[in-house]
Design a protein around this ligand. Structure first.
Ligand code: ATP
Ligand code: MG
Length: 325
């Protein structure tokens, strides 16, 4: 596709994240429905061109577990990334709509994410860096695909503000500023699987944020994006919005992002509630949430866990499931 900014009709807003927004659009010359992500970037012209070249990697991805990219272009000061539209949207929205997700469907998510990570790593030598429910998409064919992977260090560095910040799905080693690898994605997968199975983010507000007396609360329209990421603030207004911590809505409690990070690093990993789910699922999630990255399994090793072959053949009809909501 030769994509030009004036050749799209905007149909609806699909959602907003930290970096910008995603629209459902129609590409007029072809009639093709796409999801168009608009991201504000902050980079010099030559860096922007490099960045666009690197986004082409995304274009070269060809896997049933990765969102198809139709192309990207600059529309100053934004970069627009046009991709496959997934009509059932992301798993965060799905579980918030229908409640905790059947463990057999969660098994299908585990298979798809592992396959996606394996593809990105084996074929393109890239790690995802941002595995979380909002970056795992579903369509009415029952396909499960990854989006928003860290295409390159260049992209990550050029994003104005946000987009790739500190996320509540970050592994202990990443929080501590250490080297990170594909195993960090595995931690994020473990947290994601817990969240989908139980129907809530697994770190509950066991600490209440006594410092949360900010008299300039975040506007509600932005509360989503600040709920699950924290970035170095660009200006004092942004800093004030974020400094008092991010509210995690669980049992009416709030926990600051600092307390959450402290808990991730210092407390035992969260687990699936005992006895409620198949033992193979418990073992798999426990393996993902091994705190020591050296002891944590790689995607390749996790394919050998019993839950993966079991989930592949568990008889769940994903297309029929996706038709239920
Ligand atoms: P963050 O900015 O913290 O990463 P996010 O992933 O929710 O959060 P975006 O990546 O901007 O933010 O996406 C916003 C929303 O748009 C997502 O939650 C998802 O529901 C929807 N979305 C993104 N890409 C697509 C797509 N290809 N098809 C359908 N919906 C999409
Ligand atoms: Mg996203």
């Amino acid at each position: 596709y030769d994509l030009k900014n004036d050749e799209f009709t905007v149909l609806e807003e699909l959602g907003q994240g930290n970096g910008g927004s995603v629209m459902r659009v129609q590409h007029v010359p072809t009639g093709k429905i796409m999801a168009k992500k608009i991201v504000l970037i902050d980079a010099k012209p030559e860096e922007r061109r490099k960045l666009l070249r690197e986004l082409q990697i995304m274009h070269d991805c060809d896997s049933p577990y990765i969102i198809t990219s139709y192309g990207a272009y600059l529309a100053e000061p934004n970069i627009c990334i046009c991709m496959e539209f997934m009509d059932k949207k992301s798993f965060d929205g799905i579980y918030k709509r229908i409640g905790a997700i059947d463990i057999n469907v969660v098994g299908k998510v585990a298979v798809a994410v592992l396959e996606g990570l394996r593809y990105l790593y084996d074929v393109h030598r890239i790690i995802h860096r941002d595995i979380k429910p909002s970056n795992i998409l579903c369509n009415s064919d029952g396909d499960i695909k990854l989006c928003d992977f860290g295409v390159s260090g260049e992209l990550v560095n050029s994003l104005a503000n946000t987009f790739v910040g500190t996320s509540i799905y970050m592994s202990p080693e990443r929080i501590q500023g250490g080297e990170y690898s594909v195993k960090s994605d595995i931690w994020s997968l473990g947290i994601t699987l817990l969240e989908l199975s139980v129907g809530q983010f697994p770190f509950s507000g066991s600490f209440s944020d006594s410092d949360d007396d900010d008299d300039t609360p975040a506007p509600h329209s932005h509360s989503h994006s600040h709920r699950d990421s924290l970035q170095p603030p660009l200006n004092s207004r942004a800093r004030r919005r974020r400094s008092k911590g991010v509210s995690l809505h669980g049992g009416g409690m709030t926990m600051s992002i600092i307390e959450l990070m402290h808990q991730i690093v210092n407390e035992p990993s969260p687990k699936l509630p005992k006895g409620k789910f198949p033992r193979e699922a418990e073992e798999f999630v426990d393996a993902c949430l091994e705190k020591d990255p050296d002891a944590r399994k790689t995607p390749a090793q996790l394919f050998d866990y019993a839950w993966i072959p079991t989930s592949r053949t568990n008889g769940v009809d994903m297309k029929a499931w996706a038709a239920t909501f």
